[in-house]
Design a protein around this ligand. Structure first.
Ligand SMILES: Cc1cc2nc3c(=O)[nH]c(=O)nc-3n(C[C@H](O)[C@H](O)[C@H](O)COP(=O)(O)OP(=O)(O)OC[C@H]3O[C@@H](n4cnc5c(N)ncnc54)[C@H](O)[C@@H]3O)c2cc1C
Length: 468
C-alpha cells in the first residue's frame, strides 16, 4: 500500500505539463476565487468550454486580510511542492514572481533552529511573498485564459437535479441582494475555504454532509512587516521552532524577506500564549528568539501594524467517505482540509488538488457518476499533509483529542528523525522532501532512514556522556 501511495503521490507532484486536453464539460463553476479556486479553474480551462469563477470579495481592491481570506495578513511561504505545481500550470510562474520582487531562500540563506539549536544546513528552497501578492499573480495568470470568467458574486446555494448537481444560485455584486441568479453547470467546484457552507446546502437538499474531523489546536498568530536595510546578513528565511516539552511554550517563529524590500516576521503560540497587536510586546517576544529576530526588530522600521489571527482547529472533510455523493461536485483546497498553518502546506496542498482534478478529468469515463476517483486522489494528498502536521499537533499539551491507532510508534519514529535531522544533512533532506510535499511520508518511514536516524542519535548521546 505505501509503495503504491508513494508512486501515486509522485505522479501527482510531477513537474511535467499534461500532454493532452479533452473538453468534456460545457460549463464548470468554481465557488471561491482564492488560491485553490484559481488553480482549479486553470485545470478546468482544458476540459470545459467555459469556466466561471464566483468570488464574493472585491479582489481588485484586495488588501491584506480581506474579509473572505482574513489569514492573508499573515506570513505565507510557498514550499517546493507547491512551486513545482504552479510552474507546471503556469510555465515560468516562479521566475515571474521572483522578478516582481518575491524572495527565493535556499541553502545557507535558510537558517533553522529547534529548541534554540541550529539545524543542519537546509537543502531545499522556499519562496516568500505576501499572500495578496502571490494570489494576485495566480489570478492574473488564470484570468488571462480566454475561457475563464471571473464574476464577483456570493454563492447562496448549490442546485440539484436528481442525483447530480445542476448549478448554483448566486447574488451578483452590485445587484439588489434579493436578486438571485441561477447558473447552470456540468461541474461545480467548492473552493470556498475552511468555512465553506457546502455542508449546509447538501443538508438542505436532504443529502448527507461530509464528515468533518477536527483537532483543536487553538493557534495564535501575529505578523508584522519591517523595512529591510538591516537584519541578518546572508539569511533570507529564519525559522525558530520550540517543541512542546515541560517548562517550555511551544511555538514557531519565522522571519522571511518578502517583496517590497521588507521583512515579514511571524510569531505563533498556542492556547493562552497569545502574541498581541502591541508593537512593544511583539519586539519583546522577538528578543527572546535567536538573535537574528532581535536584529530585525531593533534595527529595522516597522512598516505597518501588527496583524493577529486565531485558528481554533485543523480540520478535514472526508468526502471520500460519503455514501451518497452527488455527481458533478468536487471540492478543493481548504474546503477539503485546512491544517495547522505553521507547516506552510495549505497552498501546496491546493496545488496538488488541482493536479488530482487534472488526473481525474483526463481519465474519467462518465461524469454522470459521482467523482469518487477524484476524492480518492485528494484523500492521498490530504492524508500525507494531515499525517505530517497532526502528529505534531497531537503532542501539544493542550490538545486532548484521542490518539489514532499507531500514534505512539509513529511519534517515536518522527521524534527520532526530527532529532537526527538537526545534525545530519541527509536525514534533513529526506525530512524536508516530505514536509515540503515533494514526497509521500511513507518514503521517509523506511528502515534505511530509521536505522540511520537511530545510529546518529545514539552516537550523539554517547558523545554527550563522555566527560570532556
Ligand atoms: C494564518 C495562516 C497562515 C498560512 N500560511 C501558509 C503558508 O505559509 N504557506 C501555505 O502554503 N499555506 C499557508 N496557509 C494556508 C493557506 O492560506 C490556505 O491553504 C489557502 O489559502 C487555501 O486557499 P483556498 O482557496 O482553499 O481558501 P481561501 O483562501 O480561504 O479562499 C476561499 C475563498 O472563497 C471565497 N468564498 C467563500 N464563500 C463564498 C461564497 N459563498 N461565494 C463566493 N465566494 C466565496 C472567499 O471570499 C475566499 O476568497 C496559511 C493559512 C493561515 C490561516
Amino acid at each position: 500500500m505505501s509503495r503504491k501511495s508513494s508512486r501515486r503521490f509522485r505522479d501527482l507532484g510531477t513537474s511535467q505539463p499534461p500532454a493532452d486536453s479533452r473538453v468534456i464539460l460545457r460549463r464548470a463553476v468554481v465557488m471561491g476565487g482564492s488560491i485553490a479556486g484559481l488553480l482549479a479553474a486553470r485545470v478546468l480551462s482544458e476540459h470545459a468550454d467555459q469556466v466561471v469563477v464566483l468570488e464574493r470579495d472585491d479582489l481588485e481592491a484586495a488588501h491584506e486580510g480581506r474579509p473572505g481570506a482574513p489569514h492573508s495578513s499573515q506570513v505565507h511561504v510557498l514550499l517546493h511542492g507547491g512551486r513545482v505545481q504552479l510552474d507546471r500550470w503556469f510555465p515560468g510562474f516562479s521566475d515571474d514572481l521572483l522578478a516582481a520582487g518575491a524572495v527565493l531562500s535556499r541553502d545557507g540563506a535558510i537558517r533553522m533552529y529547534v529548541n534554540g539549536a541550529a539545524k543542519a544546513p537546509v537543502s531545499d528552497e522556499i519562496i516568500s511573498a505576501s499572500r495578496p501578492f502571490l494570489e494576485s499573480h495566480v489570478r492574473a495568470r488564470t484570468l488571462s485564459l480566454p475561457n475563464v470568467h471571473f464574476i464577483r458574486a456570493q454563492v447562496r446555494e448549490v442546485t440539484f437535479s436528481g442525483d447530480r448537481v445542476s448549478g448554483v444560485r448566486c447574488a451578483l455584486a452590485g445587484e439588489p441582494a434579493d436578486e438571485i441568479k441561477n447558473m447552470a453547470a456540468d461541474l461545480v467546484v467548492d473552493a470556498m475555504g475552511r468555512s465553506s457552507r457546502l455542508g449546509d446546502w447538501l443538508d438542505r437538499a436532504g443529502l448527507p454532509r461530509p464528515a468533518m474531523r477536527r483537532i483543536g489546536i487553538d493557534l495564535n498568530y501575529a505578523t508584522a512587516g519591517f523595512r529591510r536595510g538591516g537584519g541578518p546578513p546572508g539569511a533570507t528565511t529564519v525559522q525558530a521552532i520550540v517543541l512542546p516539552q515541560e517548562g517550555r511554550q511551544a511555538g514557531t517563529s519565522v522571519l522571511t524577506a518578502v517583496e517590497g524590500d521588507r521583512w515579514a516576521v511571524l510569531l505563533s503560540g498556542f492556547a493562552a500564549d497569545r502574541p498581541t497587536r502591541d508593537p512593544d510586546d511583539f519586539r519583546e517576544r522577538c528578543r527572546r528568539l535567536p538573535p537574528m529576530f532581535a536584529e530585525v526588530v531593533d534595527e529595522c522600521q516597522m512598516s505597518g501594524p501588527v496583524a493577529t489571527y486565531r485558528q481554533s482547529d485543523a480540520r478535514r472533510r472526508d468526502f471520500h467517505l460519503m455514501h451518497h455523493l452527488p455527481a458533478g461536485l468536487v471540492a478543493v483546497g481548504d474546503a477539503v482540509a485546512s491544517f495547522n498553518p505553521i507547516y506552510g502546506q495549505g497552498m501546496s496542498s491546493a496545488a496538488l488538488h488541482a493536479s488530482c482534478l487534472s488526473a481525474y478529468l483526463r481519465s474519467v469515463t462518465s461524469l454522470s457518476e459521482p467523482a469518487r476517483d477524484y476524492f480518492e486522489l485528494v484523500r492521498l494528498v490530504v492524508d500525507a499533509a494531515w499525517q505530517t502536521s497532526t502528529l505534531n499537533d497531537l503532542a501539544l499539551p493542550h490538545v486532548d483529542e484521542p490518539y489514532p491507532r499507531g500514534y505512539r510508534i509513529a511519534r517515536r519514529i518522527s521524534d527520532l528523525i526530527l532529532e537526527a535531522s538537526i545534525t545530519d544533512a541527509e536525514i534533513n533532506r529526506r525530512f524536508l522532501q516530505v514536509t515540503h510535499m515533494r514526497t509521500h511520508p511513507s518514503d521517509l518511514i523506511r528502515p534505511g532512514t530509521i536505522f540511520r536516524a537511530a545510529r546518529i542519535t545514539r552516537s550523539r548521546k554517547s558523545r554527550q556522556r563522555v566527560p570532556s
